[in-house]
Design a protein around this ligand. Sequence first.
Ligand SMILES: Nc1ncnc2c1ncn2[C@@H]1O[C@H](COP(=O)(O)OP(=O)(O)OP(=O)(O)O)[C@@H](O)[C@H]1O
Length: 271
Amino acid sequence: MSAGTQTLQKNDGEPILSVRGLTVGFGGPTVLENLDLDVYRGEILGFVGGSGTGKSVLMRTVLRLNARQAGTIEILGKDFDRVTYGDRLGIDMRIGVLFQQGALFSGLTVLENVQVPMREYLNLPQSLMDDLARLKIELVGLRPEAADRYPSELSGGMIKRAALARALALDPDLVFLDEPTSGLDPIGAAEFDELIARLRDTLGLTVYMVTHDLDSLHAVCDRIAVLGKKRVLVEGTLDDMLKFDDPWVQSYFKGKRSRAVFNTGEDGRKD
Ligand SMILES: Nc1ncnc2c1ncn2[C@@H]1O[C@H](COP(=O)(O)OP(=O)(O)OP(=O)(O)O)[C@@H](O)[C@H]1O
């Protein structure tokens, strides 16, 4: 770990993702600098930070969609810089992603959307892909009829569920969720949180969730990581956040809204 990141809660589990000394920029000032982060197998990690701090850049870099200037990324036990083409394919198949707006293909039905990763990576008969896709659709709590609908015919909550079904198409070990509850009403958001927790428990998923949603952090996240000053300022439990001496972290976790969600007093203690 570089000196800048504080890990207040020691976690003896196995990291499924380990980032060290990561620096990313786009020609101007760097967006991320000397960033360290660990995500442990089986956990739900909530990733927070102010707007524009680089949460999406980090996620995209870990997904190899952005270049990096420095640093190492080890994912599912493989160092990015030392992987063969075959390793990369293997890694990609074990990672699922839910982008912020769902990013479904508008010209494809839900069933066809869920089958996109299957077509890309597997060579299966159509009837088997149909069965598998219907299973995933059921798994995320959509009714069977939703399979034949187009994205424009779905509500916001159904789009998120369909996108999650697609992210789960290849039975991944690790899923990245970019603000999964944004745009959902509080009931829809709470149901989605429950779904994430259930999938983690039943499928043994590891979940990396970028979120602004205090309810989600409280309800389902085992640990939280905070991005600020171009790096992960602190990783740990909610209690660790409440104790961490940084103005942004303090106002985020001890502000009026947080106090209502986390049931803490102004001093951060549980009421
Ligand atoms: N491809 C790119 N080229 C140039 N600058 C970029 C690129 N992608 C992101 N940035 C810049 O990186 C910074 C971080 O952006 P990013 O989208 O990661 O923030 P964020 O933390 O996800 O914000 P939000 O919570 O608002 O979504 C921003 O200043 C953005 O303009």
